[in-house]
Design a protein around this ligand. Structure first.
Ligand code: IFM
Length: 437
């Protein structure tokens, strides 16, 4: 099959029938939308001057904690049949081994509300934020981290598993490791390659143990980790060192995590970093699907002066408000690579665009749905698509400067606003629904 032309996208981008159980959903993360969270590492990090753009604090965020019913209604109004969201570990386990019943009840109620209107929940256990007590004890590099995540998973599986089939153990462990331990822009704000490798190992071990606990608690659960996967191309194709740097980025950032799962061994080899190579039987078979968070293409320059020896630039395409190139072909490329490499079903766990004016989001959605449909027509088993995000939200160190929501949020009044992106999402949802028997 020839590659698609992204110059003109058909009004119906779903070029072949989509399975009836396909998930067409929206994604959020607890800390970014719930608000009123003070017990995790990010809440502390935010107080350090200069860390968050404009000195913003997450504060009430989109006040989702108090607006679950309203927001479930908004998801339903989009025609979505699935919602991926994270449960905030620091609320659920405010002190080691102490579970907060009211917080568990809150999430059980949220899941029940979703199910009542036919929306399939997908839960993420760790979407970047760690309980403050765990961060104080070393966070990802603490010896106890994998077992702590395991017991959190076991508790979540036991309490919520009867109503939750789809689980992400981790969100973007590759980002959490690089930002926390290589460039130091996120908690714990370190630049230490030895600790970075330990954090990576901790995340892998935690994933494996959490997956085992979920399987024991909820038979039939579908488990994966959501990876931030980038398309990388050498800035100068003719320059061997740019090609080498591109390979390093792909193997170290994109693939090392799932390669380790596939090999049943913790493995990371990056120049200048200690080598990690250690068997771990529980890793093998610990994922039922690959979670793909797709946002960008990078042009890669070999940069010996940089800590990872690579410098990243945006491609030439149109840019989002975040300066990220909009490159729908890249989603097709990534889906092909993931499938060739792992032969596992794929879930597009995130895909979205920072677009405050709301002009880009509709065409963005349609072109990425087309890329996905093309991959499915090639036989790649894509099981679902989750748009990032349901709502404008707290965008980590970018504070409130970037807007990803299908619904815009006025943070002064918490009013939610329907926009052209939401309209397109709903139109696509209707096309999918029309295919169902
Ligand atoms: O907001 C983030 C999310 O938490 C993880 N994936 C990328 C999104 C947009 O930057």
């Amino acid at each position: 099959m020839d590659d698609p032309s992204f110059q003109s996208i058909p009004a119906n981008p779903f070029i072949t029938p989509v399975p009836t159980d396909f998930l067409w959903g929206v994604a959020t993360a607890a800390y970014q939308v719930e608000g009123h969270t003070s017990g995790n590492d990010w809440a502390r990090f935010e107080t350090i001057p200069g860390m968050i753009k404009g000195g913003a604090r997450s504060g009430a965020a989109a006040d989702h904690w108090n607006r679950v019913s309203e927001d479930v209604g908004l998801i339903k109004a989009l025609g979505a049949n699935a919602h991926r969201f994270s449960i905030e570990w620091s609320r659920l386990e405010p002190a080691p081994g102490h579970w907060d019943q009211r917080a568990w009840d809150h999430y059980a109620d949220e899941i029940a509300q979703l199910r009542a209107v036919g929306i399939e929940p997908m839960l993420t256990l760790l979407h970047f934020t760690l309980p403050g007590w765990l961060a104080e004890r070393g966070g990802l590099v603490a010896e106890e981290f994998p077992q702590r995540l395991e017991s959190f998973a076991a508790e979540a599986g036991r309490r919520l598993g009867a109503d939750v089939r789809f689980w992400c153990t981790l969100n973007e462990p590759n980002v959490q490791m690089f930002y926390g331990y290589v460039n130091g822009l996120w908690p714990p704000g370190l630049r230490d390659k030895a600790l970075a490798v330990r954090a990576f190992a901790g995340l892998l071990r935690g994933h494996a143990l959490a997956a085992r606990a979920l399987r024991a608690a909820c038979p039939g659960a579908q488990i994966g980790a959501a990876m931030h996967l980038v398309v990388a191309e050498p800035l100068r194709r003719w320059w061997p060192l740019d090609r080498l740097a591109t390979r390093l980025l792909e193997t170290g950032f994109n693939w090392a995590f799932y390669d380790s799962i596939q090999r049943g061994a913790l493995q990371l080899r990056l120049p200048g970093f200690p080598v990690l190579d250690e068997a771990m039987a529980e890793l093998a078979g610990s994922a039922d699907f690959v979670g793909v968070n797709f946002y960008r293409r990078h042009l890669v320059r070999f940069a010996p002066e940089a800590p990872t020896m690579v410098e990243l630039r945006s491609g030439p395409g149109p840019l989002s408000d975040a300066g990220v190139e909009i490159h729908p072909q890249g989603l097709l490329t990534i889906l092909r690579r993931v499938w060739n490499r792992y032969q596992l079903p794929v879930m597009i766990t995130e895909n979205g665009v920072a677009d405050a004016a709301g002009r880009l989001r509709g065409p963005y959605l349609r072109s990425h749905a087309y890329a996905m449909a093309w991959a499915m027509a090639e036989g790649i088993p894509v099981k679902g698509y989750f748009h990032w995000s349901l709502l404008d939200n707290f965008e980590w160190t970018d504070g409130y400067t970037l807007r990803f929501g299908l619904y815009g949020v006025d943070f002064a009044t918490q009013e939610r606003r329907w926009g052209p992106g939401a309209e397109e999402f709903r139109r696509l949802a209707a096309l999918l629904a029309a295919q169902r028997p």
